[in-house]
Design a protein around this ligand. Structure first.
Ligand SMILES: [Zn+2]
Length: 152
């Protein structure tokens, strides 16, 4: 491992630089890309933004993994804290643990993750950011999408 790559990896684990080697502004076609962003307290769970970025990923030949399409079913009791909705009530289907357990599993089947606007305000997306950094997923900021291309 050369010094540049070692520095890059150390910095990316520290969260100081995106997980991308300099100059590699593309991801291969077929790359599985997780979409991460705020859901709780957003209108319709922020489905519109997730859908737009999933479409943008698909246009580049990637395979988007949208948490709104992840199966959150499980046996046993729901686990974790209540999930607040925009209307001030709580999610009546699952708790945080149900969503995060399934979503993080789904994210870890991906090689990259796109972070939507507002992700730092979301506890779940912030955890996903840390996991993505430490596990070495390529991180794509929402505002970088226009400069990241689908590669051969
Ligand atoms: Zn549940």
């Amino acid at each position: 491992m050369d010094a540049d790559r070692r520095n890059y990896l150390e910095n990316s684990v520290m969260g100081t630089v995106p997980n991308r080697l300099p100059g590699s502004h593309y991801l291969a076609k077929g790359t599985r890309v997780y979409i991460a962003g705020p859901i709780a307290r957003k209108p319709n769970g922020n489905r519109q933004a997730f859908g737009l970025f999933a479409d943008a990923a698909r246009e580049r030949g990637w395979e988007p993994v949208n948490p709104h399409e992840v199966d959150h079913g499980h046996s046993g009791e729901c686990t974790g804290a209540e999930v607040p909705r925009m209307d001030g009530d709580f999610d009546s289907i699952h708790k945080y643990g149900c969503y995060m357990r399934a979503d993080i599993k789904a994210m870890l089947t991906c090689e990259a993750a796109i972070f939507l606007p507002g992700w730092p305000t979301s506890a779940g997306a912030s955890v996903e950011r840390q996991v993505a950094q430490i596990c070495g997923l390529t991180i794509i900021e929402h505002y970088e999408m226009h400069e990241v291309e689908g590669g051969a």
